[in-house]
Design a protein around this ligand. Structure first.
Ligand code: NAD
Ligand code: UDP
Length: 325
């Protein structure tokens, strides 16, 4: 079926497809693309994304929302493709691991096929998980990773690795304009309150006065990027020259232990929550910090939102969400 979006061919505006557009990052990307004067086709199967995430955009004349699963081919006419469709939190991607791999791999084949037919650039939302539990620190793009191929995280990690392989083979074989970014832990408004990710968990627990669940000893590290910074990097990547294919790390190099994150959340929410310790999930990476030299050099991109500033905005979002519930 050809979507009604096709009718927009008479417009001079760029038509941009965002798969996974009703998810956390996708919804911010759709909003920014509209602000920049584009038409946006948001495609989502609503597995983890919601209409609520894009409710502010539904009345925008240049926005179209389409329910569709990327494991099924899609026939639309667009000028650029951002491929974000895939659950991103361990709780969600481990819920139906076979479907997670299919979404990454079959979804990539379908979107690459669309890009090939239309001869338009395609950006892949890859992940720092391709580095697994990294043996080098911070992680540079030329590090090949340390990934368990048969563990509970593998459906996501290996699915994303295979998608990267497909992107580079489509470039070598068919000359596609590909853009591969490796996103490090990102947070902000529109995160799913029950997705089990550490930022949303800690904030929701703190706001509800519940115990804050530290997995393991809490000394493992992550680097947290505010979503607005990430979206700027994604759009800079799409706007880059054809020979800028990536992979390019996008993330905030500030590195924190989970204990430090918990303390910051308790302080910023004014919560009296206490810390409780729970077992560390299998294959949980010990440390993660992006080296973003390549993004700085090739995209002129950098981060601008410090953790505490981004946390305040995210806390405000969850406070309002909890008040509505
Ligand atoms: P999310 O779960 O909020 O968004 C994913 C979206 O994809 C959801 O709207 C979901 O309904 C949709 N989706 C899932 N399977 C689909 C399918 N088969 N067909 C169509 N839509 C489907 O997650 P997010 O945090 O917004 O992540 C977006 C992308 O960025 C993902 O590809 C993820 O792997 C990548 N990423 C995110 C992070 C992060 O920290 N948030 C880090 C690294 C990579
Ligand atoms: N984590 C935690 N408590 C929670 C949720 C997560 O201590 O309630 C830890 C988790 O074990 C991991 C880190 O926080 O070490 C980041 O987890 P998340 O699921 O957000 O991202 P990922 O592990 O995929 O980087």
């Amino acid at each position: 079926m050809t979507a009604s979006f096709r009718s927009s061919r008479y417009s001079t505006k760029k038509r941009v497809l965002v798969t996974g557009g009703a998810g956390f990052i996708g919804s911010h990307l759709c909003a920014r693309l509209l602000e920049a004067g584009n038409q946006v086709l948001c495609v989502d199967n609503f597995f983890t994304g919601t209409r609520g995430n894009v409710s502010d955009l539904l009345d925008h004349p240049e926005f179209e929302l389409m329910r569709h699963d990327v494991t099924i081919p899609l026939f639309v006419e667009v000028d650029e493709i951002y491929n974000l469709a895939c659950p991103a939190s361990p709780v969600h991607y481990q819920f139906d691991p076979v479907q997670t791999t299919k979404t990454s791999v079959v979804g990539a084949v379908n979107m690459l096929g669309l890009s090939k037919r239309l001869k338009v650039p395609i950006l892949q939302a890859s992940t720092s998980e391709v580095y697994g539990d990294p043996a080098i620190h911070p992680q540079t793009e030329d590090y090949w990773g340390n990934v368990n191929p048969i563990g509970p995280r593998s459906c996501y990690d290996e699915g994303k690795r295979c998608a990267e392989t497909l992107f580079f083979d489509y470039r070598r074989q068919h000359g596609l304009a590909i853009k591969v970014i490796r996103i490090f832990n990102t947070y902000g408004p529109h995160m799913h309150p029950n997705d089990g990710r550490v930022v949303s968990n800690f904030i929701v627990q703190a706001l509800q006065g519940e115990d804050i669940t530290i997995y393991g000893d809490g000394k493992q590290t992550r680097s947290f990027c505010y979503v607005d910074d990430l979206v700027c990097g994604m759009m800079a990547m799409m706007a880059s020259a054809d020979d800028v294919t990536g992979p390019i790390n996008l993330g905030n190099p500030g590195e924190f232990t989970m204990l430090e994150l918990a303390q910051a959340v308790i302080e910023l929410t004014g919560s009296s929550s206490k810390l409780v310790y729970r077992p560390l999930p299998q294959d949980d990476p010990r440390q993660r910090q992006p080296d973003i030299s390549r993004a700085r050099d090739q995209l002129g991109w950098d981060v601008s939102v410090p953790l505490r500033e981004g946390l305040v905005k995210t806390i405000d979002y969850f406070r309002a969400l909890i008040a509505q519930a």
